[in-house]
Ligand binder design. Structure first.
Ligand code: DGT
Ligand code: CA
Length: 577
């Protein structure tokens, strides 16, 4: 619920847009819905002060805001509530709002499904698809039905999984708690979490213990645990108060290394490892490595790999992406670590939509032990994020010059996160672009272009001599927004040709470039900048999530732009802009 005091123009726009969608869901005359969409769009474009217009009761002077909409906005601004909106929302089955999250299913279709098949929930819709009821429905068909089913599947996965960052903190606290038990001989996180996978289903913990029953009780008694869902001799499953599922598996001390390897996974890596073991005359499972039923003693995972003629494979690499062949030939990468990071780019300040001052961000980066920071606020077209006008840029550059004196030898690079406009051009003219030390180009609008147009748009931005790197290359938000359609390999090839870098956005919701594509970028010699995209001081710490993903992407120190020492970085940026 919005309250009067905090109603901003943005909130009004959001509510008008929602009303437009809700009206479509009720099957109202499309003109009515369009009127609200228009009003929202015209408010967005408004260049006079919205609050002044409200105070002077002059909103109806804006094109598209007639008497009815004017009255509603005034009610909202004066009381903090809009009766019409609340009633409309309450009249829609909650399932219809949820259905809007299904890719490819808009409000008109949802209303049509309700009218013709009485569908109120996603469950009913899925059932109807399985019964092929959409195939002959007007405005639908086999292809739409398949798309809807695929969309429902995706939604289910979104619900079952969580972001790595959301879970890893809980897992560490749980691990600390378990370590305090005298019945724990060895313990480790396993599963997707140990592999640093971007999303995880649950927390897997493996412990070696001589008294598993006692340990199981201790685990269940943790104040983090909400309920115990299964309890056996070797495994206890619980649901934590946060809603996250956690499994504790208990083995003997001898079994621990084999079990740790097994429960770390991935399944695909395990299958490949077992295949190799078989080829070498071994049998391998979670209890041991056997030759003619005799267990080959291994005190650690390292020894298991070694017995199979392999270098130790870091957990992040265990995805069956060629790591076993590389371990066999001794060509595994020497993965980047946090210590290798010299500085960071893509940092916002309160000049645009950041919550912290420029000096505050710089000082925090310095205190983290970094040697430089690249400030990049939003560019002028990003009105939603108070993008920088020419005056702001001048002011910011003046401040940076002063701070560079004050914090020497720590260094602040002058940058900008420039929107890539729909035609692929950057957001300022050459004269302004030339003033920055670096330019991060990024797509923030028109996400729905066809793949080829989007690819051409981004390639053009990469060819701009002022562009240093491309931010969040696919625009995905993990578990909520799919990447925009784009040919990422063509983008990487273009970056390689023009000597540009790609960002690995370290924000836990993005982790974009995806690690699978990092492997390709590395092959093509494209440098990756692990960027926090920080909007506050705490956001700087996200760099650790980025490093985890960089490691999954086989990246070494030399593959990462921001592992360059300060002087080398200065030279690199002089060369590229
Ligand atoms: P998740 O939980 O979906 O985020 O991913 P994981 O990898 O943590 O999967 P999970 O929790 O089902 O199982 C943990 C590990 O146990 C998995 O990575 C590999 C091993 N594992 C589980 N089931 C199988 C299986 O059927 N075959 C093989 N080879 N390994 C398995
Ligand atoms: Ca798991």
């Amino acid at each position: 619920m919005f309250t009067g005091a905090s109603i901003t123009k943005e909130t009004v726009i959001q509510i008008l847009e929602e009303i437009a969608v809700l009206l479509e869901l009720t099957g109202e005359n499309p003109f009515k819905s369009r009127a609200y969409q228009n009003a929202a769009r015209n408010l967005e474009k408004l260049d006079t002060d919205f609050n002044d217009l409200v105070k002077q009761n002059r909103l109806s002077e804006i094109e598209g805001i007639g008497e009815a909409i004017n009255k509603k906005i005034m009610e909202l601004m004066q009381s903090g509530k809009l009766e019409y909106y609340e009633t409309l929302k309450a009249s829609i089955p909650p399932g219809h709002l949820e259905m809007l999250k299904i890719n490819g299913l808009g409000s008109k279709k949802i209303h049509a499904l309700y009218e013709q098949l009485g569908i109120k929930t996603i469950g009913e819709l899925e059932y109807a698809c399985h019964e092929n009821r959409l195939v002959d429905l007007k405005g639908f068909g086999k292809k739409t039905q398949d798309n809807i089913l695929a969309g429902i599947e995706k939604l289910k996965i979104y619900k079952e999984r969580r972001l790595y960052a959301e879970v890893v903190g809980e897992a560490k606290i749980l691990l600390q708690y378990l370590k305090k038990s005298e019945d724990v001989l060895q313990i480790s996180i396993a599963g997707s979490l140990r592999r640093g996978y971007e999303t995880v289903k649950d927390i897997d913990i493996l412990a070696a213990s001589r008294k598993p029953e006692k340990l199981a009780k201790y685990f269940a008694a943790s104040e983090m645990v909400n309920s115990v869902t299964a309890s056996g001799e070797t495994k206890v499953s619980v649901v934590l108060k946060s809603g996250i599922n956690a499994d504790l598996r208990m083995v003997t001390e001898n079994e621990f290394p084999y079990a740790l390897h097994h429960f770390t996974g991935s399944k695909e890596h395990n299958t490949a490892m077992r295949g190799r073991a078989r080829d070498m005359g071994f049998k391998m499972n979670e209890y041991g490595l056997f030759r003619k039923d005799i267990n080959i003693k291994c005190a650690s995972e390292e020894e298991i790999f070694s017995k199979l003629g392999l270098q130790f494979i870091e957990p992040e690499l265990r995805e069956n992406m060629g790591e076993i062949q590389a371990a066999e030939t001794g060509t595994l990468p020497n993965l980047v670590t946090q210590k290798d990071v010299q500085g960071i780019f893509h940092v916002h300040t309160n000049f645009s939509d950041g919550g912290e001052s420029l000096e505050g961000m710089a000082r925090a980066a310095k205190e983290m032990g970094l040697n430089y920071i690249g400030i990049s606020d939003h560019s002028q077209s990003a009105y939603y994020a108070s993008g920088l006008k020419e005056d702001d840029i001048e002011k910011q550059h003046g401040l940076i010059a002063k701070l560079n004196e004050k914090y020497k030898p720590f260094y602040i690079f002058k940058g900008i996160e420039s929107d890539i406009l729909p035609d692929g051009s950057l957001d300022y003219g050459e004269e302004i672009l030339a003033r920055f030390d670096f330019v991060i180009a990024a797509v923030h609008s028109n996400f729905n272009m066809p793949a080829q147009d989007m690819t051409t748009r981004i390639k053009k931005a990469l060819q701009n001599p002022y562009t240093t790197m491309l931010a969040h290359p696919t625009g995905r938000l993990l578990l909520s927004r799919e990447p925009y359609p784009v040919n990422i390999e063509e983008i990487i090839d273009t970056a390689a040709r023009f000597g540009k870098s790609l960002e690995l956005n370290a924000n836990a919701h993005r982790l974009d470039l995806d690690w699978r594509h990092c492997i390709y970028a590395k092959k093509k010699g494209v440098k990756i900048a692990i960027n926090p995209d920080a909007h506050q001081i705490s956001g700087l710490q996200d760099i650790s999530f980025g490093i985890k993903i960089a490691r999954k992407g086989w990246l070494e120190k030399d593959d990462c732009l921001n592992c360059l020492k300060l002087e080398k970085m200065k030279a690199y940026l002089r060369r590229s802009t």
